[in-house]
Design a binder for this molecule. Structure first.
Ligand code: SAM
Length: 180
C-alpha cells in the first residue's frame, strides 16, 4: 500500500477499546496523586472482569506489571506545554508524561504483590481510583531494561525534586504541579 493511502486510511480511524478491568487505589484527588509510582509505595488493586480472568494464568510469576489505562479524568490536550520542573522551555507533549494528551493513555510499571482470583494487589501506584484498565503486560527485564539511556530534558531539570514532591504530595498541594 502506498504511503499516501496509509495516511488517509489511518487518519480516519477511530480506535475503540473495551476496558478489561478497573484500577483501585487510595488516590481520589488528581493533585494529591504521586506523579510517578516509583517514588511512592502506595498500594492498590486491580479488579479484572470475569471474561478476562483466564488471561491471568502465569501472571503471578512476574514481580512487575506494565499497566495501560485510560486517563478518564484528563482535560484538554496541550500539544506543547511547560513542565513545572522545567520553567525555561515549552516541551512537546510526547516528551512529557502529562495526562492531557492527544490520546489519554496512561502507562505505569507497578509491583505485583499477589494474584487471587480476579484481584491483583499492586503497589507503586500513581493512578486514580476507578481508572479503566485497557491492558496488562508483564514487565520483562530481558525486554524492557536498557543499560544506557538519555533522559532528555529531565536530566537537566530539577529531577531530584520529583522524588521529594512525591514523598509529600499533600504538603505541596497548593503549589503548581509538575507536568512530567
Ligand atoms: C504524570 S501521570 C504519569 C502516569 C504514568 N506513570 C505515565 O508515565 O504515563 C500521573 C498523574 O496522572 C494523574 N492521573 C492518574 N489517574 C488518572 C486518571 N484516571 N485520569 C486523569 N488523571 C489521572 C494523577 O494526577 C497522577 O499524578
Amino acid at each position: 500500500m502506498a504511503f499516501n493511502e496509509d495516511i488517509g486510511r489511518v487518519k480516519e480511524m477511530e480506535i475503540c477499546y473495551r476496558p478489561i478491568g478497573i484500577i483501585h487505589s487510595e488516590h481520589t484527588i488528581q493533585e494529591d496523586t504521586p506523579i510517578q509510582g516509583i517514588f511512592n509505595p502506595s498500594k492498590g488493586y486491580i479488579e479484572i472482569f470475569d471474561e478476562f480472568v483466564p488471561g491471568l494464568k502465569d501472571v503471578e510469576n512476574f514481580s512487575h506489571l506494565i499497566l495501560l489505562y485510560h486517563f478518564d479524568r484528563a482535560g484538554k490536550c496541550e500539544i506543547v506545554r511547560k513542565p513545572f520542573l522545567d520553567l525555561e522551555e515549552d516541551r512537546g507533549i510526547f516528551s512529557i508524561r502529562h495526562f492531557n494528551r492527544p490520546n489519554p493513555v496512561g502507562f505505569s510499571i507497578v509491583d505485583l504483590l499477589s494474584v487471587k482470583g480476579n484481584r491483583l494487589e499492586i503497589s507503586a501506584v500513581d493512578i486514580l481510583d476507578g481508572t479503566p484498565l485497557i491492558d496488562i503486560k508483564p514487565y520483562v527485564y530481558q525486554f524492557d531494561h536498557r543499560d544506557e539511556v538519555r533522559n532528555g530534558w529531565v536530566d537537566s531539570s530539577h529531577s531530584e525534586e520529583i522524588g521529594e514532591w512525591n514523598a509529600t504530595p499533600k504538603g505541596l498541594r497548593d503549589k503548581e504541579r509538575t507536568n512530567i
